[in-house]
Design a protein around this ligand. Structure first.
Ligand code: UN1
Length: 515
């Protein structure tokens, strides 16, 4: 179990106090707003308090960030990459401690928290290498003795708004790429997870201090979306807002930032489906669906929420999944034996129960789970059994991303095209997968006729993406891309350059303009 002494140890190992100022301009910790009690979903206890930012704190942070940008933008990119390399080293040293805090604050299994910190380390390595590869194209001018090329310059201040479910990795994706591109970052973490944010700010702060850099390159402002989020969204000094969270809030942010013609990167809701065809290895499919549906207690953007399976296979798949679900060890997420911890809050438990009752009203059939757990094995009130629901294809709730562990099993009759149509018939478009050993089916799924998602996998699940590729999705997922590949381009402004080294005037398109 998790004693108060354990909690104190986790907090003290990372220099957290009982009461913590939640914002930092890089130099000072500040907070003039309300007090927030941080409750652990592991055992429902208040683990610490955080003082949120007031408007003056926000101003102090953004003013400092603006000043820091002026020096950081002219630091050579490989030197910026070196700072990120050092951040990666610090994270390696703090990996266990930080993972324990993530688990304490939001409840994911310790294995998954370790994975999250590893994801931060991986993106540091990636960004460090990328800092020497911010390539622009060059092409040939139609005019003699002219040179044409494109360059990439930093945008300025990047506002990063993150969600509770990946409280540190999503910050790291944004921070590392934004920084090597020459931007500075103002981070607004989720109100559920301010403690991990304070620790990350401290860890990176130490790196900046050691290198005698302006510490306001990376700043933190903790507060609600309606107060601090709104300040960021409306502030013309924030050149890019990168938001991870719900589609509803994402739509609001998109409108607000667009009204001042600012830029956004949006990584919003997913409703991720897996197609299983008669050519699939069913064991492989079941194993991957299990992790995809259960990981982070069904609270990843990439969580597997729908299986679209050929009707003849459905019972065999359900039998396999039921065996996995029945043997699933749920409980204290610090215990390595448990694969699933609590969901993040009592409110989430309620959302799940409400969703399950409307599913039944709408004609779905709960095959397994969907119960709140209590008793000695469960140190708090946020433990649930994940649910498997057999549902008609047109069940209205399937169109929504309910951010809880409910897996829908949908059947298709015969053709792959029918399965793809069912798969694509939701408003969201983040991640998707097909299980098949048939090359033609796999290629169809990956083609323009196939999955309409930002991520499409063959013979592996919808969640657990590596950092090397761009991460994000289409439709109501928002269209933004973060992390690897050339996602860095969204954090920079493109400049087209032409240099005339002929010594005389030559107009393009052959225009004559002589007196
Ligand atoms: C998220 O849930 O917002 O692919 C991010 C994954 C992780 C990242 C998830 N690498 O599941």
């Amino acid at each position: 179990m998790l004693s108060n002494t354990d909690i104190q140890e986790i907090l003290q190992a990372l220099d957290l106090d009982q009461m913590n100022a939640g914002s930092s301009d890089g130099t000072d910790w500040i907070g003039h707003g309300k007090r927030l009690s941080v409750t652990s979903p592991v055992n429902d206890t208040v683990i610490a308090e955080v003082i949120l930012a007031g408007k003056q704190d926000y101003e102090q942070v953004v003013n400092a960030a603006e000043q820091a940008f002026y020096s950081w933008r002219s630091t050579p990119s490989p030197k910026r990459g070196e700072i990120i390399r050092q951040l990666g080293q610090e994270l390696r040293l703090s990996k266990n401690k930080l993972a324990r805090l993530i688990t304490l604050e939001m409840g994911k299994s310790i294995q998954e928290s370790l994975g999250e910190v590893q994801e931060m380390i991986d993106i540091c390595d990636f960004a460090c290498g990328l800092s020497r590869q911010l390539y622009g194209v060059q092409t040939h001018s139609e005019r003699p003795y002219h040179r044409m090329f494109e360059q990439w310059h930093p945008l300025g201040i990047v506002g990063v708004i993150t969600a509770f479910n990946f409280p540190t990795a999503v910050w790291a994706w944004n921070l590392t790429i934004a920084l090597i591109c020459g931007n500075v970052v103002v981070w607004k973490p989720a109100s559920k997870t301010p403690l991990t944010a304070i620790v990350c700010q401290n860890i990176f702060g130490r790196v900046l201090k050691k290198n005698e850099l302006n510490p306001a390159i990376s700043t933190l402002v903790t507060g609600s979306g309606s107060e601090i989020g709104e300040l960021l969204n409306n502030d013309p000094r924030i050149n890019l807002v990168s938001y991870t969270g719900s589609t509803e809030t994402g739509k609001h942010i998109a409108k607000t930032v667009a009204s001042r013609l600012g830029k956004t990167i949006l990584e919003l809701g997913g409703n991720n489906g897996v197609i299983v065809t008669p050519k699939a290895n069913l064991d492989l499919a079941a194993e991957n669906i299990f992790f995809g549906a259960i990981g982070t207690a069904g609270q990843r953007c990439t969580t597997t929420r729908r299986i679209i399976i050929e009707q003849g296979l459905s019972q065999a798949m359900l039998d396999k999944l039921l065996t996995y679900y029945q043997n699933l060890r749920i409980g204290n997420p610090f215990d390595d034996n448990n694969l699933m911890g609590p969901v993040v809050s009592g409110q989430t438990v309620e959302i799940m129960m409400q969703a399950l009752s409307s599913i039944e009203e709408q004609g779905g059939h709960i095959l397994y789970g969907g119960k709140q757990l209590s008793g000695d094995d469960y140190p708090g009130s946020c433990y649930v059994t994940p649910a498997i629901v057999k549902a008609p294809v047109h069940l209205p709730l399937i169109q929504k991303e309910t951010f809880v562990p409910i897996l829908y099993v949908l059947e298709y009759q015969d053709s792959l095209q029918e399965a793809i149509n069912i798969h694509n018939n939701v408003p969201q478009g983040l991640s998707s997968a097909i299980f098949t050993n048939d090359l033609l089916e796999a290629e169809t799924f990956l083609s323009a006729l196939g999955s309409d998602c930002g991520i499409a996998n063959v013979n592996l699940g919808t969640s657990g993406a590596e950092i090397g590729l761009a991460f994000g999705g289409e439709k109501e997922t928002g269209g933004g891309r973060e992390s690897g590949s050339d996602a860095w381009k969204s954090y920079m402004r493109r400049q087209s350059n032409t240099v005339n080294w002929s010594g005389s005037t030559m107009l393009a398109q052959g225009i004559q303009f002589e007196q």
